[in-house]
Design a binder for this molecule. Structure first.
Ligand code: ZN
Length: 320
């Protein structure tokens, strides 16, 4: 047993094209809350959107770098190739009907590890899955989304890693990162971590073709895991380094602090702190309703606002 433990998936970050189309899909159709509009801190000319539950809790966050001129990505190993959200038991059929009504091409209902799921693509080609799970204890789903309570999304269920060979990745997830293998079915190995109701599973599948992925529009850029605070994050930094990976310095992301490294298969991982969270620079009611910049980029606000494509922001939530 490790004396430190990752408590789940923190967020998944992907790449989209048209910013407004991305917002319309994730808020208007999937009913997530846009909890933060900022820029990519490493490339402030592009937006960074965060979607999640009502407060943008770790474990519920899907984020996007908006690169309107990006070419389309190639979905192949080594890459995270799908992100799945949790919905209530017995509501996958309702989701299928609802998405079809909104013009989304959706798969037949499948069963994976005993749970029903559907799969579809977002407007940029990113694979999204919706999986039934036991009644979520999670109570912070975005009730104001306009969707019926039974078909709310309660955070991330799992992420799928597609690898050329899964041996080293499975060993690494288990021995270095402390995940536990809980099942193997149809070429898919499920690893679990943490005990919260969201962000609990990493699935690993093998792509035996020689195709190599290209991370661009419609792809997942990286997968972030949760650590409670910076003290534990530094322990992770040492641990990852001691197993031979190149690990970044601690990066200030304002809503959390981050370190980055690649797992042996090649997928980019991050370990992010749970704190301070999305209310760092906006109140609960105002999350996502204006462009937030980190303090060191405020001096460039006018220039940034002229570069990024204008978007329609959500209205603040009412106080009651
Ligand atoms: Zn990240």
């Amino acid at each position: 047993m490790l004396d430190i433990a990752l408590s789940g998936i923190h967020h998944v970050t992907a790449i989209c094209g048209d910013p407004q189309r991305n917002i319309d899909f994730y808020t208007g159709i999937l009913g997530l809350r846009l909890v933060k509009v900022t820029v990519n801190f490493d490339d402030p000319s592009s937006y960074h959107f965060y979607y999640g539950d009502a407060t943008g809790s770790p474990g519920t966050l899907l984020t996007f770098f908006a690169w309107p001129n990006s070419q389309t990505g190639i979905h192949a190993a080594p890459q995270a190739t799908a992100v799945a959200f949790v919905t209530s038991k017995n509501s996958v059929g309702d989701w299928k009907t609802y998405l079809a009504k909104h013009g989304v091409a959706v798969s037949d209902i499948q069963v994976r590890f005993g749970q029903q799921l559907i799969s579809f693509s977002d407007p940029d080609g990113l694979t999204i899955e919706i999986i039934e799970d036991c009644t979520p204890e999670h109570s912070k789903a975005f009730m104001e989304s306009g969707l019926p309570e039974t078909t709310l999304l309660y955070g991330i269920h799992s992420v799928t890693l597609t690898e050329h060979n899964d041996d080293l990745t499975l060993k690494y997830l288990s021995e270095v990162m402390g995940l536990t293998e809980i099942g193997h079915e149809n070429g898919r190995t499920r690893m679990s971590l943490g005990d919260s109701s969201a962000g609990r599973y990493v699935d690993v599948v093998v792509d035996t073709s020689q195709a190599r992925g290209r991370i661009a529009r419609g792809n997942i850029h990286h997968v972030a895991f949760r650590t409670p605070d910076q003290d534990e994050q530094l322990l992770w930094k040492e641990r990852v380094k001691s197993y031979g990976a190149h690990v970044s310095d601690v990066m200030e992301r304002c809503y959390f602090q981050s370190i980055y490294y690649r797992e042996p298969g090649g997928v980019l991982f991050e370990i992010a702190t749970d704190t301070p969270g999305m209310e760092f620079d906006q109140s609960y009611q105002n999350l996502g309703t204006a462009l937030c910049l980190p303090p060191w980029l405020e001096v460039n606000r006018t220039a940034i606002e002229q570069i990024v494509v204008p978007i329609t922001y959500p209205e603040p939530l009412s106080e009651n």
